[in-house]
Design a protein around this ligand. Structure first.
Ligand code: NDP
Ligand code: HSE
Length: 429
């Protein structure tokens, strides 16, 4: 080891990501000393099922289910939390930071809710608390926002932030796959959360967006501030209509700082097929950032999976090691020094695609148009698409309108007997 210092780490969790971290550290073993000036060794791996992990690692001596073996070991300087969930991850991380250990995590659920408390504990004990893997898997985005783009006032962060839903939408639109089959594939590939509801309902992307918005706008945004809609209502018919209109459906997260407050929302959107985000397929993610100096920057890469996520975690671990060698752990802490208000969703402007089943008789198209008009919703396109028995299908695309006005229109349309069903409502980018 050429007399290089050994830094001991503990891994909490040996699932998809934990296994990836173990592998990537092994892949780096030969070069690590030259690269970062020390060798990182995993001293303990904590799991619930000890036997399963011991078989996987072919080394039972590494595995424990007892947190005390880690927290009470003064040799362990870095705790890598890849168990997921709020409890007991939060308690373990706090105990580790309070004991002066550095922590690296991929846990967006926890960071989106309690990130500020954990960063406070890290600052108090001059420890690193790093979470690059918590947003967009392997894509470097936390460190670029905190460091490389620190010379900007950032006004917008948006993009595709969930690998599972992007994978599902890609499979549905390109291969005509059913939602459930595509979800099963995403689970088998290790992209989905333990409970995939978080992915398909947009909560996972919402948590990542809260983390990104907090860092980009220097003001705390938590998950409960984010409006979320998932992809479970997107049908094959919606995808076909989108394609006919030269569009693709993507689950997008959008955060803007417009001066009078922050808007943060996650929902499916129709996006023109020649837009760069439309080309982001499979489990890939992409994040756009707009700043007053850099103008536009886009970050693209694998948003989920074993090795891509481990890549981000090992990058953080190497940063911790470099800081430890330089005696400057805890150098970059919480950057939320502003208190900006969060804008209500009803005050936000959007374009909408609405598909509805109506009675096929004279005057219906005109009455639909007048409901939108009476509620200050301007129509960009309106077509009667086809007839099914006594019913006709109307598709409306609005101009950019206030959400509140659009919702008022929907209330009226929903109460009209000639409108049998409002089949889909999707925002348009
Ligand atoms: P998995 O479900 O595959 O693995 C979880 C691991 O943690 C298992 O080894 C499990 O042990 C262990 N574990 C869970 N709870 C406890 C506990 N209370 N005590 C001890 N061990 C525990 O999850 P992933 O690897 O997919 O995800 C881990 C984290 O990384 C999550 O926060 C997730 O959101 C995040 N993440 C995941 C990505 C991905 O692509 N999968 C990408 C980016 C972030 P056992 O098997 O014995 O129960
Ligand atoms: N479940 C998440 C996703 C993992 O699909 O994007 C990466 O954060």
């Amino acid at each position: 080891m050429d007399g290089k210092r050994v830094i001991y780490a503990a891994l909490l969790g040996l699932g998809t990501v934990g296994t990836g971290v173990y592998k990537v550290l092994k892949m780096q073993e030969d070069e690590m000393a030259q690269k970062i000036g020390a060798v990182v060794k995993v001293k303990k791996v904590m799991v619930r099922s000890v036997q399963k992990a011991a078989e996987k690692l072919k080394d039972a001596s590494l595995v424990t289910n007892d947190w005390q073996e880690i927290i009470n070991d003064p040799e362990i300087e870095v705790v890598i939390e890849v168990m997921g969930g709020i409890h007991p991850a939060k308690e373990y991380i706090l105990e580790a930071l309070n004991a002066g250990k550095n922590v690296v995590t991929a846990n967006k659920d926890l960071v989106a809710e309690e990130g500020h408390r954990l960063l406070e504990a890290a600052a108090e004990h001059r420890a690193d608390f790093l979470f690059e893997a918590a947003v967009a898997g392997g894509i470097p985005i936390i460190r670029p926002l905190k460091q490389c783009l620190a010379g900007n006032h950032i006004t917008e962060v948006m993009g595709i932030m969930n690998g599972t839903t992007n994978f599902i939408l890609t499979k549905m639109s390109e291969e005509g796959m059913e939602f459930a089959d595509a979800l099963k594939m995403a689970q088998d590939l290790g992209y989905a959360e333990a409970d995939p509801t978080a992915d398909v309902e947009g909560y996972d992307a919402g948590r990542k967006l809260a983390i990104l918005a907090s860092i980009a706008f220097n003001s705390r945004v938590v998950f409960s501030n984010v409006y979320t809609e998932g992809i479970t209502k997107i049908t094959a018919t919606d995808i076909r209509y989108a394609q006919e209109m030269g569009c693709t459906i993507k689950l997008l997260g959008v955060a803007k700082n417009s001066g009078d407050g922050i808007e943060v929302h996650v929902h499916p959107m129709l996006i023109e097929s020649n837009h760069p985000l439309a080309a982001v397929r499979d489990s890939y993610n992409a994040v756009f950032v707009h700043g007053d100096a850099v103008q536009d920057a886009m970050f693209f890469g694998r948003g989920a999976g074993e090795l891509p996520t481990a890549s981000a975690i090992v990058g953080d671990v190497f940063d911790v090691v470099r800081n430890s060698l330089a005696g400057c752990n805890g150098r970059i802490g919480c950057t939320c020094y502003k208190r900006l208000p969060i804008r209500q969703m009803e005050d936000i402007q959007s374009r909408y695609f609405v598909r509805m089943q109506v009675e096929d008789r004279y005057g219906v198209l005109a009455s639909v148009a007048s409901v939108f008009g009476n509620n200050s919703v301007s129509i960009a396109q309106m077509v009667q698409k086809k007839k099914k028995g006594e019913l006709a299908e109307i598709v409306v695309i609005t101009d950019s309108v206030m959400e509140r006005h659009f919702q008022d229109s929907l209330k009226v349309l929903g109460s009209m007997s000639v409108i049998r069903e409002i089949s889909s409502i999707i925002r348009v980018y």
